[in-house]
Structure formats: structure tokens, C-alpha cells
Write a protein that binds this ligand. Sequence first.
Ligand code: SAM
Length: 248
Amino acid sequence: MAETVLDYEAEAAHYDRTRGGVPRAGAAAEAVLRLVPPGSRTLLDLACGTGLVTERLTRPGLRVYGADAAHAMLRVAADRAPGRVVRADARRLPLPDASLDAVSAVWLLHLVPFATEIVAEAARVLRPGGVLIATVDKDAAHDVGSDIDAILRPYRSAGAASDRTELIAGCAAAHGLAPRPGTRFTGHGQGGTPRDTVRKLRAGYFASWFSGDPAVVETLAAALAALPDPDRPRADPRYRLACFVRQG
Ligand SMILES: C[S@@+](CC[C@H](N)C(=O)[O-])C[C@H]1O[C@@H](n2cnc3c(N)ncnc32)[C@H](O)[C@@H]1O
């Protein structure tokens, strides 16, 4: 199921180490829990990955499950949340309508061209009063105000991001999900370095901004490679979590 730029079957082996580990996962889980209404009894963590965030979504009375499309990620998650993770495509959850109190999706919607289908499916499985909590505008949070950003910003097309707020909010509204105030969390260890940004650029990570034009890739790579301190991470990003409540 390789429908994302990254192959998560291969990423699993080094995912936790390269995505901010426990500090990032703890910050994400704490932020998600701030938005889960008191009294909620069930939470499905969509795209649970290795379960690093999922296992931190703990609160008395809240039963937490995880779902992910990648076998290798789920194998790690199964050790962290035994018996509570399943392999599933977030567009087709093996759950009845109106069966959950909360659905979270941390770092999922920016990855896929079908984010709106995932929002629709979350709306289906939420009971009235249940909430969808999801990261939005993920890539736009990176390198803000840094020298890397100064090079990339003219090419960043927020209009193309599959997790852009207007798209997700519009789709949510169309499926009976009303906006609630969201929150933010710090992406510990996620500040980019020039060298790593060049690697991502060449791997096609930002290809949608300029249709993968190889001339643009080379221009940007040369500009990034000329920056000072190529291995010094720039400031950690602050990621945005949007929240929507299912109308009755
Ligand atoms: C960046 S990771 C995020 C993992 C976790 N939420 C975290 O914050 O550490 C993205 C995850 O989305 C999963 N994924 C991608 N497309 C999916 C889909 N259609 N349905 C379910 N999971 C999907 C990948 O397998 C991967 O584990």
C-alpha cells in the first residue's frame, strides 16, 4: 500500500529515532488529550504508526485503539498496545457507524492525496458529540522564519497540501463535523538541517510544490547546500491540531 512518498514498511526500523522519539510523541499525545472531551470512553488513533503516540494517550476510563496500513509499523505498535491495534486503511475502517467517542490522526492527512476520504470515514464512525482531532498544515509548520524557509517559501504551495485547513474544515463541515478550538504541540527534534532538507528534496518529499520539476530541485538543492551550519537543526516546529465535533 505505497500511496505515500515514504515507504512506511521500510521506515519502521528507524521511525522512532528520527521523528523526535518520546519528547515529540509525548507532546503530541498530551495535546490530543487536551481536545478529547471529558467522559469519552473510546479513542481510535488513526495511522498509529509504531504506537509511540498511541501508548501515551492514557487517561482513566479511556480505551485507546490504533489502526495503521503498514505491517512493519504495526508490528512495533503491537508490542506497545497489545491486542489494541489493527491493520486498516483509514478510508475503510472495520467499525460500525457512530461507534467511537474520538478519532485522532497525528501526521496522516498531509501524506495522502485522499485526506478528505479519511475525514469522511472518521465522521461515519464517530457518535454524535464525538470528536475528530487531526494535524493540519503540517509541512507549513517546518522551518518557519529560518534560512531554510527563506529558500523554500517561494515554492511552498500551501494550496496543494492535502491537509490544508480550508480543505479539511470544508470536508468536515460537509460530513456533519463542526469546528472546535484546536491546539498546537512542539515537534521536538523536528527542526530541519540544510543537509537533511536537500536529502528530502531529492527524495521527492516536496515534489507537489513544483510538479517535481528537476530544474527546480537542483536550484533549491544548490541554494540549501550553500547555507552555513549544514548539520545544525533549525528551530523545532509547532504543529497544529484541528478539532471537529460530530453533530447529532
Ligand atoms: C508519519 S507516520 C505517523 C505515525 C504516528 N501517528 C506518529 O505520529 O508517530 C504516518 C503513518 O500513516 C500510515 N498511513 C499512511 N496511509 C495510511 C492509510 N491510508 N491508512 C492508514 N494508515 C496510513 C503510515 O503507515 C504511517 O505509519
